[in-house]
Design a protein around this ligand. Sequence first.
Ligand code: NAD
Ligand code: IPM
Ligand code: MN
Length: 352
Amino acid sequence: MKIALLAGDGIGPEIMAQARRVLDALELPGLELIEAEVGGTAYRNHGHPLPGETLASARDADAVLFGAVGDPECDNLERHLRPEQAILGLRSNLGLFANLRPATMFPGLENMSGLKPEIARQIDVLIVRELNGDVYFGEKAMRVLEDGRRQGYDVMSYAEDEVRRIAHVAFRAAQGRGGKLCSVDKANVLETSQLWRDVVTETHADYPDVELSHMYVDNAAMQMVRNPGQFDVIVTGNLFGDILSDQASMCVGSIGLLASASLGERQTEYGTFGMYEPIHGSAPDIAGQGKANPMAMILSLAMLLRHSLGREEDALRIEKAIAATLEAGVLGGDLGGSAGTAEIGDAVLERL
Ligand code: NAD
Ligand code: IPM
Ligand code: MN
């Protein structure tokens, strides 16, 4: 079993170190770890945020564990050299089109949510975000119009097969959970969304046991705060899914808690090839201070073990250790506590 470890920038290496301790503690037989540089760090050392060698290591592994990328000092580079291009390049080059972002309340954390505890307690949603299309990957440019004004544009589009394959993933996920799927779009304004809605509705014919609903994204953002308990599985495009998942994280209590899996079609000897990462970024404001919450990173490792390595029991062990750590009140600054990155790692290991 091969795992590529891409720690990245900012808090990436700090939280990766804690995930690494958890992985080591599991003592998986025959495990090979390959570390590679990515993001601003890779740009500085190799002139590119996603060096060919890093992409090759990722491709060659059974799974990729990814920290975070992003560096304020790189924000004015040409776009193709910015750290964020590394993550987009990995997702598209590896065909990882299905991004699973679960947001579930942890017992004892209801009071840390931005919502009232009785509302927060009900949150148990899986956001299925399409990851290889949408306005992220359309034609884009900054240009000067004939009258001299500057204009920026980014083309939003989805082809029907791109929508269909993510719809299948979401319907199957709903079958394995509460049997409810809510498709989020902006079909009242966007043609891209109208196609999305049509194709999701067509695909529903294969899943009569799933209850399908559609919601406009502005309403969905409101409903996520008003009554998140109404959602079971949400399926949505790349941009809306990015935004709604950060929002869902605060319903749970902190962005430092939400993990994700990015999957495609490739099967390995042990499961589905995938890349696993926290939904948050490199948090430059707290980087290097030992303050970052490593839980999203450690929970991403649990997802890796489940989906790519077929080790459900190890995944559950990790998830239980995290829940027990939170329940014991070992909280990082993001949750109003004072535990540092390594201290949280210690507490999780103790309970593992
Ligand atoms: P961010 O998620 O990095 O940080 C937002 C806020 O949340 C900050 O106040 C940060 O301190 C806090 N935060 C995030 N993760 C935390 C953790 N584990 N523990 C405690 N607090 C945490 O978002 P941003 O500030 O908008 O972006 C910073 C950089 O990260 C940018 O360059 C951005 O492009 C990049 N980014 C990368 C990814 C990724 O690698 N997957 C995701 C989002 C943003
Ligand atoms: C995420 C991030 C990325 C995204 C950025 C860094 C490209 O925000 O993984 O949520 O927008 O997908
Ligand atoms: Mn995001």
